[in-house]
Design a protein around this ligand. Structure first.
Ligand code: NAD
Length: 517
């Protein structure tokens, strides 16, 4: 295949300890700040619709500050949005793959030009410090750039054996209109990847963004419009789960659902999607990328300072609000006390403050999240030994002090349920084999890690650690598009492997034509 585009490479990251990127980021923050409080209408087939009802989005680090308001979709708009998406499908699905891929290349270029601005929106709407916000935008761009290239591979002829007297051809076709339901925690990256993957291969979509981050989603829509996607290919439809989420999932004309979020909501959607509705003429495809209870194992063969550093980054990056975040640190008995001491010291050295000031630890996303996390902390205090944190921080935002529980029993709630906040449970294992047993004793299987210098153990976890993404001797977060395809095992989801070579195949079906001469 001749390469149409230059080879894919992941977006570089800035070094914010240098004056130039720091200045540029702060300038972007100033610009974004001057645009706070605006209204963002729905976008249905290119038509802007203000419904009169609004989802208000506030800065988690300064919760009195309105970031913007997104129009809230109502049930009456379900048919119009479905119709608009199917209408645009009729022409978008028939375009040559290269035409659509070029539109993506254009989109990536636009997002690259607006990189710091898009990141600054996340700093203010999602509470991400500069590096976390930039990494999210970089990942979004990577998804677009990577899927553009991957799509061309799907347009290649599919090999089959000859059969005498016949011509046999197989080719891939898009499937229809999909509903995209992303989480708030990677409000640009995951939304972009889940949308652009299906779209590049010819499908059209309705995005129902997460209610905590609808403004970033609206900024994505601005980039989409500028890139020249035909109207109706990507529709912007914020709204509540019960009022429009369930009906979109149930709709007989929904062909597929691409969901990333919690186990609880994912199970609900999966079940509803499986039910045949009146007038429905296909099985809905439903991809569910769900939560985690991710563990990092540290054994006695390693530099404990390094291990503690990796644990801190894995556990407390973006306040532990990553599906890949380390929420269980499993340490073998021989080095348990020494590692714990180093880990606590490093956690206590983290500064807490507004994302805008680029503090290491920022507020959690919402009041609801703060309350839920504090409830888990209260449970933890009854189940285990609190060694640091354990309470809310400053009242100006939804802060929670980085929290560590030690000597956590295996069956403790904080060792089993996803907390999704800056709370780490430290568990003592008798030895490495026991540590691996504990790590696997969970319904989840998203990420995991081992810090060890023992080749035999490393080879063993490669096969036996039951996770979709395993990291050895490094942090367990930060999967890169095209480098580490991402998606879990067990109840962590359908293993769609976002950013991987098979992802786009999920949104097409194969047709085989046989002609006898
Ligand atoms: P969530 O399940 O609460 O919400 C996810 C999305 O579903 C949101 O857009 C929400 O508005 C929508 N929703 C809620 N009820 C709905 C309904 N009845 N019908 C349709 N849509 C509905 O999750 P969250 O709090 O946004 O995100 C955090 C969760 O996502 C964590 O569990 C995290 O582990 C998980 N996550 C997983 C991955 C992964 O790749 N596996 C990546 C990021 C986040």
């Amino acid at each position: 295949m001749t390469e149409v585009f230059e080879p894919f490479k992941t977006e570089p990251y800035s070094d914010f300890s240098k004056p130039d990127p720091l200045k540029a980021y702060q300038e972007a923050l100033r610009q974004v700040r001057s645009e706070l409080g605006r209204d963002y209408p729905l976008l249905i087939g290119g038509e802007k619709i203000a419904t009169g009802k609004w989802i208000e989005s506030y800065n988690p680090c300064q919760h009195s500050e309105l970031v913007g308001r997104a129009a809230k979709a109502s049930k009456e708009l379900l048919e119009p949005v479905m119709t608009a998406a199917w209408q645009s499908y009729a022409s978008w699905s028939k375009l040559p793959m290269e035409h659509r891929a070029r539109t993506l290349i254009k989109l990536a270029a636009i997002m690259r030009r607006r990189k710091f601005e898009l990141a600054a929106w996340q700093t203010l709407e999602a509470g991400k410090n500069y590096a976390e916000a930039e990494a999210d935008v970089a990942e979004a761009i990577d998804f677009v750039a990577y899927y553009a290239r991957q799509s061309l591979k799907l347009a290649q002829p599919i090999e089959s054996y000859d059969y005498p007297g016949e011509e046999n051809t197989s080719f891939l076709k898009p499937i229809g209109v999909g509903v995209i339901i992303p989480p708030w925690n990677f409000p640009l990256a995951i939304l972009t990847g889940m949308t652009i993957g299906p779209v590049v291969v010819g499908n059209t979509v309705i995005i129902k963004p997460a209610s905590d981050t609808p403004v970033i989603a609206a900024k994505f829509m601005e980039c989409v419009a500028e890139a020249g996607f035909p109207v109706g290919v990507i529709n912007y439809f914020p709204g509540s789960g019960s009022e429009v989420g369930d009906p979109l999932v149930d709709h007989p004309q929904t062909r597929f659902i691409n969901f990333t979020g919690s186990l609880e909501v994912g199970l609900r959607i999966n079940e509803r999607a499986a039910k045949l509705q009146s007038g429905q003429v296909w099985l809905k495809k439903a991809y569910m990328e769900l939560g985690g209870k991710d563990a990092l194992i540290v054994d006695e063969t390693v530099d404990l300072d390094y291990a503690a550093d990796m644990a801190v980054i894995s556990g407390f990056g973006f306040q532990g609000q990553k599906c890949s975040a380390m929420s269980r640190l499993i340490v073998v008995d021989e080095v348990y006390d020494a590692l714990l001491e180093k880990f606590i010291a490093k956690v206590e050295a983290l500064d807490i403050g507004p994302a805008e000031d680029n503090a290491r630890v920022n507020a959690v996303i919402s009041q609801g999240a703060q309350t839920r996390i504090l409830d888990y902390i209260a449970k933890g205090k009854r189940e285990a030994r609190l060694v640091t944190g354990g309470e809310a921080g400053s009242d100006s935002g939804f802060y929670i002090k980085p929290t560590v529980f030690a000597d956590v029993p295996e069956d403790a709630v904080i060792a089993r349920e996803e907390i999704f906040g800056p709370v780490v449970a430290v568990l003592r294992a008798k030895d490495f084999a026991d540590a691996l047993r504990i790590a696997n004793d969970t319904v989840y299987g998203l990420t995991g890690g081992l810090i060890s210098n023992d080749r035999g153990r490393i080879e063993r976890v490669r096969q036996e650690f039951e996770v979709g993404n395993l990291y050895i001797n490094r942090k367990i977060t930060g999967a890169l598009v095209g480098v580490q395809p991402f998606g879990g095992y067990k109840l962590s989801g359908s293993n769609a492997k976002a950013g991987g070579p098979d992802y786009l195949r999920l949104f097409v079906e194969m047709k085989t034509v046989t002609e006898k001469f």
